[in-house]
Design a protein around this ligand. Sequence first.
Ligand code: CMX
Length: 137
Amino acid sequence: MKVEHIGIAVQNLSEAESLYAKLFQITPYKREMVESEAVITSFLKFGETKIELLQGTSDASAISKYIAKKGEGIHHIAYAVEDIHKEMARLKDAGIRLLNEEPKHGADNKLICFLHPKDCGGVLVELCQDVRNMDGL
Ligand code: CMX
């Protein structure tokens, strides 16, 4: 439906928030810990566009591993979808590797699924569906 957010891997969330305040005179609208992903996130809103700053909370976190290998920078692009189960099935049928077989609960009230960057032109893609738009959840 739209690019929901861009995820940026940072070493230190407070320092990154200060940098964004200096660059854009903006403060985060929320911080959220996602224990299942071993990350702490901070969300900034630029009009319709959201930036998610991500700091790993352990060495095993995908974010910590990414920074150790490539340094800080753009980590993923998240696309909003209407029906995540349907999109996951469609992409799996098309031969795209899903990094989780079932949708997971991510930050900011979302069900999420990551697609392998090697099947997406070198970009880690996240699908996300707003949980608040789902019946029964
Ligand atoms: N963007 C583009 N390419 C990436 C990447 C990224 N974010 N992360 C890894 N890669 C590339 C690597 O460079 C590597 O390529 P080469 O073999 O050419 O060097 C390849 O993918 C495999 O990477 P790896 O480092 O060997 O493998 P990892 O064990 O680190 O796993 C990945 C990589 C993407 C499968 C893993 O990070 C993953 O499952 N990610 C999904 C979950 C996640 O990222 N969670 C954090 C965010 C949570 C949130 O937003 O809430």
